[in-house]
Ligand binder design. Structure first.
Ligand code: NAI
Ligand code: ISE
Length: 333
């Protein structure tokens, strides 16, 4: 059976996911799309000839076996709740919700259904480099003590504001480092170095977020979203017996014109291209069984709680604020 997939939000990642469902992955076809901006739905190149353009998220959910929520973060909660109410498996791009109470409502709705329906788009858990790093940390490094990480984007759209550095960008590290360490956060702090001249009044850039885990691991993450030179994701784990580093993406080193060089990618779409394929194939496999796998609504909620504290910490630079997670429900054991 070919799963009928609906896509809500056909911007950058909605279009990219449509392409991979129709042209790269197996078992599914995009049959319906919607976007508040109809021009965007019409321009969605990868949607395929069979896909209808519908007027609302609700119509897409009704017409599909499973849906992808790829709209802006502020719209995710309502759209995911509508998919759960219809009993349809739902892949929701990060963040699950822009505030923890929204993610909490999604967890409660899923619990009431009694089965998992939501996968959150934390694709780094599927990245070969992170998977290998996690295995190295688990088997060779001894207890982890510290992590030094950086998340740099060459630039961001004009609507990007200071809190988005947390719930749009840092959210990837919040999730992947919690997964990497198999640990929970207990505190967060934000400090602001000298600002780059390539930013504007609504965005403090760069920022440094300091996280502490229940086992006492200290993490520093630099977020620098106007770094200009490339899309650069760094992660080094320091353990009792040694250190381990996220590998650089494969690129051809050259010796040309008296320079030893290696290109740096410019776009997140290219940096994590393989992991997007694997995460969505995982979603399609579970959706065919009427359920969901991979990063759960609980993971989205845990990330949103941490993100809320980090946003508060942005407003009180230097203050160390507690992060408190409720008990994990049995559905997510
Ligand atoms: P975008 O701005 O390129 O596209 C979003 C689209 O959603 C736009 O066409 C917009 O008109 C539409 N939209 C907004 N609200 C809507 C609503 N209520 N109903 C229907 N359509 C709506 O943004 P982009 O970069 O595609 O991001 C979309 C989501 O994907 C965000 O949550 C973002 O954080 C996430 N994302 C995840 C990435 C990852 O690495 N996993 C990479 C890029 C984005
Ligand atoms: C974007 O939405 C993504 O998810 C990218 O992976 C991230 O690097 C970027 O900062 C976000 O804006």
């Amino acid at each position: 059976m070919t799963l009928r997939i609906g896509i809500i939000g056909t911007g950058a990642i909605g279009t990219d996911h449509a392409r991979r469902i129709n042209r790269v992955l197996s078992g599914a076809e995009v049959t319906a799309v919607t976007d508040v901006n109809r021009d965007s739905a019409e321009a969605c190149g990868g949607r395929g000839p069979g896909a209808q353009i519908l007027g609302s998220a609700e119509e897409v959910i009704a017409a599909s076996d499973a849906v992808l929520v790829c709209s802006w973060g502020t719209a995710h909660e309502t759209q995911v709740l509508a998919a759960i109410a219809a009993g349809k498996p739902c892949f929701c791009e990060k963040p699950l919700a822009t505030e923890a109470y929204g993610a909490r409502r999604i967890v409660e709705a899923e619990e009431a259904m009694g089965r998992r329906l939501v996968q959150v788009g934390f694709m780094r858990r599927y990245d070969r480099g992170y998977v290998a790093l996690k295995e190295t940390v688990r088997t060779r490094l001894g207890p982890p003590l510290m992590i030094h990480a950086a998340h740099r984007n060459p630039s961001v759209p004009g609507r990007y504001r200071t809190p988005m550095a947390i719930h749009d960008t840092l959210i990837h590290e919040i999730d992947v480092l919690r997964w990497l360490l198999d640990d929970e956060y207990v505190s967060a702090q934000v400090i602001f170095p000298r600002a780059t001249r390539h930013t504007h009044a609504g965005l403090r850039d760069p920022q440094i977020v300091l996280l502490e885990t229940a086992k006492g691991v200290r993490i520093d993450v630099e977020i620098f979203v106007n770094c200009r030179y490339g899309y650069d994701i760094q992660c080094e784990v320091v353990g009792e017996e040694g250190t381990a580093r996220l590998p650089e993406p494969t690129a051809i080193p050259t010796r040309l014109g008296a320079v030893f060089g290696q290109p740096i990618l410019m776009d997140w779409k290219d940096r994590f291209i393989d992991s997007y394929d694997v995460e969505l194939q995982d979603f399609l496999k579970a959706a065919a069984q009427g359920t969901a796998a991979g990063p759960s609504a609980w993971d989205g909620y845990a990330a949103a709680i941490t993100a809320d504290v980090c946003v508060q910490a942005q407003e009180r630079p230097g203050a160390i604020l507690p992060v408190t997670l409720p008990a994990r429900p049995a559905l997510y054991a």
